[in-house]
Design a protein around this ligand. Structure first.
Ligand SMILES: *Cc1c(COP(=O)(O)O)cnc(C)c1O
Length: 434
């Protein structure tokens, strides 16, 4: 049976229960306990391969946005497929390097890079810094002047094209009112400064970068940003009489979270890129969500059922500390039972699926029609949780971080063990000083 939700085909019902590739999800839950994140290797690989197929023959560096899913094993999988990394912190740089991704395939984005992070990234020889402000260049210059180089540091300028990405306000970044990026005049002024004799001994101008937001379903804002980006890139080449090395198109491609949503538009997105950037600087992409969202689910167990008038609550052992997106963005994740009999029943009732945290906002799924027969001990899966799921998890209510498991064919591996209570206090002072 096809799932009632837009999950990857790597998660399907078989013999009456949910499978991830060749494995029963329940059996994994018996072994590792709940809650846990479960990722499918083949789902990730298939998405990467689709990107590559549709981008060919363009020369593209795909830098996976580490913040969407930062587990080392996932990053190693990306590396094995030839991907680089898009990082936004020193911690992500550390992870990317640990996963074996070479510095030359890492781009450093972010509106607030610290001096320490800048030095670390220079030392790692990152492919480029995506510069976001005038003052950041001052700091980069100060760091570069006491640094011995094998090659010059490449800088790209993050252009804010003032395009409305028509996504949730918290995940849109490409409007004038947002903190991200530089306007056209600032890009030109910075490019001229980088190109000046004083700075060009340290720096090489890569090109411009754009990233207008996340979960973009409508491609027209992206097309507008691409047009503006290409025009500015060509303008810079004319003004400075140089050929730019790169153009970084950011990430942002959306995925379907609701049953009726259309499939991710990877083919259309890639042809848009080819339409505008086939004859120009080398293209860099920074996709996050689209690479991993559908490749991950969050598995949880029902603790209690509670009836309140016309509505029931299922209280489960995962909450906003495991999956923050519904609370933060009011985002929708489909929820299904691991046992198929609960998926087929006509005996449904309007149900809120909520977590155990002491917060009214700890709601994972609102007003869903779920089987009345789902009871304590039954297990549920939240779909499309691979991106911004575990990477946003936190310890609120002193909840140890849950486990992460990666499936590959008929094998599964714990790629992050569940934290213990001892882990919770490991870094805290315990002995009283007399
Ligand atoms: C978050 C982010 C991305 C990834 O965005 P997705 O929507 O997950 O593809 C790419 N680039 C930058 C600069 C980002 O901040």
């Amino acid at each position: 049976m096809r799932l009632t939700a837009p999950a990857s085909t790597d998660f399907t019902y078989r013999n009456g229960e949910l499978f991830a590739e060749g494995l029963s999800v329940s059996k994994i839950a018996d072994r590792v306990g709940t809650p846990f994140y479960l990722y499918s290797t083949s789902a990730i690989r298939n998405t990467i391969r689709e990107f590559k197929k549709h981008l060919s023959p363009l020369d593209v560096l795909i830098c996976f946005a580490v913040k969407s899913c930062s587990n080392l094993s996932i990053l190693k999988l990306m590396k094995a497929e030839g991907l680089g990394a898009d990082i936004v912190s020193g911690g992500e740089l550390y992870r990317a390097l640990k996963a074996g991704i070479p510095g030359k395939n890492i781009v450093f984005s972010g509106v607030g890079k610290s001096e320490r992070e800048i030095r670390e990234a220079m030392k790692a020889g990152v492919h480029a810094f995506n510069l976001e402000s005038m003052e950041e260049l001052d700091l980069l210059e100060a760091c570069a002047s006491d640094f011995s180089f094998k090659r010059r540091v490449r800088l790209s300028l993050r252009y804010n094209p003032d395009v409305d990405p028509k996504t949730h306000p918290y995940i849109s970044t490409g409007l004038k009112e947002h903190k991200f990026g530089l306007d056209r005049e600032e890009v030109i002024a910075l490019a001229e400064r980088i190109h000046s004799p004083a700075l060009s001994k340290y720096f090489e101008l890569g090109g411009i970068s754009i990233h207008i937001g996340s979960q973009l379903i409508d491609l027209s804002p992206l097309e507008e940003a691409f047009q503006k980006g290409r025009a500015l890139s060509q303008d810079l080449e004319r003004r400075l009489k140089i050929k730019l090395k790169t153009i970084d198109l950011g990430g942002g491609l959306g995925v379907p979270y609701l049953p009726g949503d259309s499939e991710p538009a990877i083919a259309e997105y890639c042809s848009l890129i080819k339409k505008y950037f086939s004859n120009g600087p080398r293209v860099i992409l920074e996709p996050g969500r689209v690479m991993v969202a559908n490749a991950g689910i969050l598995v949880t167990e029902v603790l209690f059922r509670k009836s309140r008038g016309r509505k029931d609550f299922l209280i489960v052992d995962a909450g906003m500390s495991e999956l923050m997106r519904p609370t933060l963005y009011e985002s929708h994740h489909e929820v299904i039972a691991l046992n198929e009999k609960h998926a087929n029943t006509l005996l449904t009732t309007v149900t809120d699926v909520v977590g155990p945290l002491c917060e009214s906002g700890d709601i994972l799924a609102k007003k869903r029609r779920l089987s009345r027969e789902i009871k304590r001990g039954d297990r549920l899966a939240f779909l499309t949780c691979g991106a911004y799921g575990f990477s946003m998890a936190n310890h609120y209510n002193s909840r140890p971080l849950c486990a992460e498991v990666l499936v590959k064919g008929s094998k599964s591996e714990i790629i992050r063990r569940r934290e213990t209570y001892a882990d919770l206090v490991r870094l805290e002072k315990r002995k009283s000083s007399q």
